[in-house]
Design a binder for this molecule. Structure first.
Ligand code: MTE
Ligand code: MO
Length: 320
């Protein structure tokens, strides 16, 4: 796999990122003027980003976006979890480059008025694209701020008209050992699968992302379409989705199947409930620099005002 050196990167690629930041007026943001973003080293010093992707047009903004300093494109695209392409953080960057996410179809099944198999283009066409700058928190106690581009999952669900039997939405990633070499290992049960309650899936914060940094989603981040649920640990954000099912029973997720005592169905970011092997009280912001101390983790990753009501009456220690 050819790794491009800094000298190989067209200056236009670098300029486009700076323009992007200017356009977003992030330069005026104190956190960035302080150097935490522009001076940030990529998560992997030796690696440089792959080619920038096609620009997405007609992308609206959102009130749900955080004003925190966003992570560098290099951080977001070289420090990933995507076990279909390997278990090391730079494996997806290295191994997903040749993955071809087109053409792509999504199957919608289960308890809904409308079901069927759709080309990705037809699946997303009815909805307006929005940029959502979200804080993301991984269960491994690191975090990033990512400018996603996506569509509200609530709109998609409304379109398919689930019946009253639909209590959960279940998602599946592509299963293809030839195109996803990590699936030759039994590290997880394939295909990767995830689920949300209908209330979680229709919460206005939940999106299906098709891009980041104003461009088409890179393969390592889940091209062509992945889930983003910002109040939950990153593993809920299933990548490379090929199937969405409206189901009655709480679906088993890949991480629950792998280690039920460590990863529960809800996976809400909760600094008060430790992972069995480590604390969840603090997090390391990727790209912040070696000497930056860990920062406190916020309940529901700071999104409690929008989602705490979904869990009223639920014991969050038992339902982790
Ligand atoms: N199909 C699939 N989706 C996945 C994963 C995976 O291994 N396979 N890893 C999850 C985990 S643990 C995290 S933290 C996020 C990382 O998303 P990012 O690489 O875009 O930051 O993807 C999630 N989605
Ligand atoms: Mo994760």
């Amino acid at each position: 796999m050819p790794i491009r050196r800094a000298a190989d990167i067209r200056s236009s690629e670098i300029t486009s990122k700076e323009n992007y930041l200017n356009r977003r007026e992030f330069i005026q943001n104190g956190a960035i003027a302080g150097g935490s973003l522009l001076a940030a080293a990529p998560a992997f010093g030796a690696l440089v980003p792959t080619e920038r992707r096609e620009k997405l047009v007609d992308v609206g903004t959102s009130d749900f976006s955080t004003s925190e300093a966003i992570n560098a494109y290099e951080d977001i695209t070289t420090y990933n979890n995507y076990y279909e392409f390997g278990t090391q953080k730079d494996d997806p960057y290295r191994n997903a480059e040749d993955f071809e996410p087109h053409p792509w179809t999504i199957e919608v099944t289960g308890h809904a008025e409308k079901t069927g198999t759709f080309h990705l283009e037809d699946f997303v066409k009815p909805y307006a694209l929005e940029e959502r700058i979200y804080r993301m928190r991984c269960v491994e106690a690191w975090s990033m701020v990512i400018p996603w581009v996506g569509i509200p999952l609530a709109d998609v669900i409304k379109h398919f008209q689930p019946t009253s039997n639909a209590k959960f939405v279940r998602f599946e990633t592509l299963e293809d050992r030839r195109r996803m070499p990590g699936q030759r290992s039994r590290v997880l049960r394939w295909p990767y699968r995830e689920g949300l309650t209908i209330a979680e899936a229709t919460n206005p914060l939940t999106i299906l992302a098709v891009g980041l940094y104003g461009e088409v989603l890179p393969n390592q981040n889940g091209a062509p379409i992945r889930l983003v649920v910002p109040w939950k640990y990153g593993f809920k954000g299933i990548k490379g989705i090929v199937k969405m099912s409206f189901v009655e029973k709480q679906p088993k997720t890949s991480w629950e199947l792998a280690a039920p005592s460590e990863y529960g169905f809800f996976a809400n970011v909760n600094p008060e409930v430790d992972h069995p092997r480590w604390s969840q009280a603090r997090e390391r912001r990727i790209g912040a620099g070696l000497f930056t101390p860990k920062q406190p983790t916020l309940m529901f990753n700071g999104y409690g005002e929008h989602v705490a009501h979904l869990y009223a009456g639920l014991d969050l220690r038992r339902n982790f």
